[in-house]
Design a binder for this molecule. Structure first.
Ligand code: CAA
Length: 258
């Protein structure tokens, strides 16, 4: 597929995906979401990719679903094409970690896409919001559910009902993002985190990701039980022997994924 709305770069075992519709502040249209879905399919199928970073521009991660494309759609259109479900949620099914590196606006579907990633690193100019209520609609890509789990009921209600934006500092304080860095350091920080993850044992990385994700969906007792079973299962891999032997022998581990 020739990509027109994304720039995809390969840096060792990390794929960096840049959303690239600058004329529309990276508004998420059907083409972009199709291209993102196809790119994530490829990264998942490529064993040499170990981690993915999704970013936008300095001005906008993404200013939401493309309002100009959406404006004339009827109920029959969105229901029949299964709008959002059809091509927006591929990132939630990735087994490899996906980091969102957010600068500028992450609004509506842009905020929702960032929240679908495993964690968000924000630049100090990042602004998060769910302003769909201003358009006579509501968040449609998980915003009412994921934002509430991230920041709690009161802040989620405030943002979803008033369309107020949150700056990077507030997003950091309430746990929406994992860290805030100066804008100039955003990509290098996200890539450093991704390269660190990419060098680890891929099995333990995928299992750890699955379990932290499960904490949002399963009751605590079931999540802990699942963690124990999968923790035990990692002792079936060579990487567990190698990782622990390397510690004891005071040398770097050489993980093989076996
Ligand atoms: N869809 C389509 N085009 C968009 C867009 C969007 N979501 N956001 C910005 N653009 C376009 C603007 O129309 C403008 O294009 P033109 O130059 O052709 O007029 C260009 O990007 C630059 O935007 P602005 O001139 O508006 O830039 P600004 O700096 O004055 O304002 C902004 C920036 C506050 C982000 C403002 O653009 C804005 O409010 N955007 C819309 C945000 C929004 O409502 N997002 C939610 C969308 S609905 C949704 O996402 C549903 C869902 O849950 C799935």
């Amino acid at each position: 597929m020739t990509l027109q709305t994304l720039i995809v770069e390969r840096h060792g075992a990390v794929t960096l995906i840049r959303l690239n519709r600058p004329e529309a502040l990276n508004a998420l249209n059907g083409q972009l979401m199709d291209e993102l879905t196809a790119t994530l399919d490829e990264t998942e199928a490529d064993a040499s990719v170990r981690c993915v970073v999704i970013t936008g521009s300095d001005r906008a991660f993404a200013a939401g679903a493309d309002i100009k494309e959406m404006a004339s759609k009827s109920y029959a259109d969105v229901f029949t094409e299964d709008f959002i479900t059809a091509n927006w949620e591929r990132v939630t099914r990735c087994r490899k970690p996906v980091i969102a590196a957010v600068a500028g606006y992450a609004l509506g579907g842009g905020c929702e896409l960032a929240m679908m990633c495993d964690f968000i690193i924000a630049a100090d100019n990042a602004r998060f919001g769910q302003p769909e209520i201003n358009l006579g609609v509501i968040p449609g890509a998980g915003g009412t559910q994921r934002l509430t789990r991230f920041v709690g009921k009161s802040k989620a209600m405030d943002m979803v009902l008033t369309a107020r934006m949150m700056n990077a500092e507030e997003a950091n304080q309430c746990g929406l993002v994992s860290r805030v860095v100066p804008l100039a350091d955003l990509i290098s920080t996200a890539m450093e985190a991704a390269q660190k993850i990419a060098a680890l044992s891929p099995n333990s990385v995928m299992i750890a990701k699955e379990l932290v994700g499960a904490a949002y969906e399963a009751p605590l007792s079931q999540g802990v039980k699942m963690e124990r079973r999968l923790f035990h299962s990692l002792f079936a891999f060579d990487d567990q022997k190698e990782g622990m032997a390397a510690f004891v022998e005071k040398r770097p581990a050489k993980f093989t994924g076996k």
